[in-house]
Design a protein around this ligand. Structure first.
Ligand code: PEP
Length: 253
């Protein structure tokens, strides 16, 4: 059996302040130790990366970004290139979050380009995929997941998934308090792995597939116990230090 290290990643979204981020990061530094069973990453807003890269220096907490440009450089006002994120010590980049797909009209092919830009610059993409409520209700979940995954496989090739993380985030569960049941999540995680295995069995076995969508301290351990769930992408609960730390400590050893 492949030994996949559990990853718990915080998506702070557009929240916080300089002082609030500093205090939250300090609390995480105090609460994460060599005994913490999960690898822990924090993805703040771009503007706090500088401060957090200083705070996380010499700790085991990894830094990530919530978005990246698919372009390298140039006249693209307001965009942030992957090479700039590397300058701040980012190791992870969330790509294709449903909020970006929904509010900023990111298409599957745009997400695939961001995935590649992240990797070309030596960072690990956390590729978010997931279905809308109406897609689940019309039994199209697998079709949607396959389409979102195939767009990236087609552009980046299956080999690129050797250095990637996937986050299955059913859109109906994000920020709604409605978590997928462990069984619902496990079914989709298994489907994701099987889809990748059609191309490369070893990559499918080795990749970490996180669950995201209203994960809280009291439901994390049941989710993380499932065979194909390798951690979580945490939004709301990552803004409260105790809640996030409890989730980090809820993972199987
Ligand atoms: C997310 O933003 O990726 C997320 C899963 O949010 P929440 O935990 O608040 O549902």
């Amino acid at each position: 059996m492949t030994n996949r290290r559990t990853l718990v990643a915080a998506n702070w979204k557009m929240n916080g302040s300089i002082e609030g981020s500093r205090v939250l990061a300090e609390a995480l530094i105090d609460g994460i130790s060599a005994e913490t069973p999960a690898e822990v990453a924090v993805c703040p807003s771009f503007v706090y990366l500088s401060q957090l890269s200083e705070q996380f220096k010499n700790t085991s907490i990894k830094l990530g970004a919530q978005n990246v440009s698919h372009l390298d450089e140039g006249a693209y006002t307001g965009e942030v290139a992957a090479s700039m994120l590397v300058d701040f010590g980012c190791e992870y980049v969330i790509v294709g979050h449903s909020e970006r797909r929904m509010h900023y009209h990111e298409t599957d092919s745009c997400v695939a380009e961001k995935f590649s830009a992240t990797q070309i610059n030596g960072m690990t993409p956390i590729l978010c995929i997931g279905e809308l409520l109406e897609e689940r209700e019309s039994n199209s979940t697998e079709e949607v997941i396959a389409r979102q995954l195939d767009a990236v496989i087609d552009k980046a090739t299956i080999n690129a998934f050797d250095n990637a993380v996937i986050a299955y985030e059913p859109v109906w569960a994000i920020g709604t308090g409605k978590t997928a049941t462990p069984e619902q999540a496990q079914d989709v995680h298994q489907f994701i792995r099987l889809r990748l295995a059609r191309h490369d069995r070893a990559i499918a076995d080795g990749i970490r597939v996180l669950y995201g969508g209203s994960v809280k301290a009291d439901n994390a351990s049941q989710l993380f116990e499932m065979a194909d769930i390798d951690g979580g992408l945490i939004g709301g609960a990552s803004l409260v230090a105790k809640d996030f730390l409890d989730i980090c400590h809820a993972v199987r050893k």
